[in-house]
Design a protein around this ligand. Structure first.
Ligand code: NDP
Length: 248
């Protein structure tokens, strides 16, 4: 479906990120993932496990919430003689609390990691894509960016902000062969969702028409399609995959 490209997946060692990294590898792409500063040993163990499972990725240190760290990431990738053709802004965190209990620290952490990061990383790579006349930027938002969620004013704000960024940059890059799209997963069975209290999660799943959590591989298949050559007419979109929980 696609030529061989180099793909960078931020947070590629997490649940959805790992599934995307594997799907890209299966599609024949070279795959770069990031790991957080100070977690190099864990990252090496993760890479070894991937190799054991038949996958080969390159890992780079980066804190996507930190602009300087993203500049250094781009420098390291360039120094390795690589160019990023496909960027998936996937890294993200939750720090849930009602506004009454939400601290300034947890507002800032979520906005910086989930929204500033999209600027910080995209800024490093979009011009290269435009200069080469081909690129894919895929921003992982959330169903809660569209519908909001009790206790997630920080997370929903960041994920909603991704839509404005996506639609604006899509217009700026449309004539350059670079597409920019958002993917909004519903509840997917990863560590992020396992952090939700079981009784709350049970109520959430009860609201999902298909009656289950999504699988990381399902999101990865969608992302792989958007990253492919045949998806060149798709830009500025926000693609939902949420088991019918929120239809728009
Ligand atoms: P995980 O917690 O499994 O993975 C998140 C990844 O982001 C981890 O690899 C984590 O690294 C990394 N990360 C966190 N902070 C930073 C940072 N500052 N710099 C670099 N990397 C960072 O989450 P998911 O796989 O579930 O989520 C992936 C994306 O999908 C997120 O953007 C999330 O908001 C979104 N999403 C998830 C849904 C779900 O139901 N799971 C639903 C809708 C959207 P480390 O492990 O080292 O901390």
């Amino acid at each position: 479906m696609s030529n061989k490209r180099t793909a960078l997946v931020t947070g590629g060692q997490g649940g959805i990120g790992q599934a995307i990294a594997r799907a890209f590898y299966d599609a024949g792409h070279q795959v770069l993932v990031t790991y957080l500063p100070g977690t190099e040993a864990a990252s090496e163990a993760w890479l070894a496990a991937q190799t054991g499972a038949g996958y080969s990725f390159k890992a780079y240190e980066a804190d996507v919430a930190d602009y300087g760290s993203c500049e250094r990431l781009a420098q390291k990738i360039a120094a390795d003689g690589l160019q990023v053709d496909i960027l998936v802004n996937n890294a993200g965190i939750t720090r849930d609390a009602t506004l009454k209990k939400l601290t300034k620290e947890n507002w800032d952490a979520v906005l910086r990691t989930n929204l500033d990061s999209v600027f910080n990383v995209t800024k490093q790579f979009f011009e290269g894509m435009a200069d080469r006349g081909w690129g894919r930027i895929i921003n992982i938002s959330s169903v809660n960016g569209s519908k909001g969620q009790f206790g997630q004013s920080n997370y929903a704000s960041a994920k909603s902000g991704i839509y404005g960024f996506t639609k604006s940059l899509a217009q700026e890059l449309a004539r350059k062969g670079v597409t920019v799209n958002a993917v909004s997963p519903g509840y997917i069975g990863t560590e992020m969702v396992q952090a939700i209290a079981p009784d709350v999660l049970e109520k959430i799943v009860a609201q999902v028409p298909v009656g289950r959590l999504g699988k990381p591989e399902e999101i990865a298949a969608l992302v792989t399609f958007i990253a492919s050559d045949v998806a060149g007419f798709m830009t500025g979109s926000n693609v939902a995959m949420n088991g019918g929980q929120h239809m728009y």
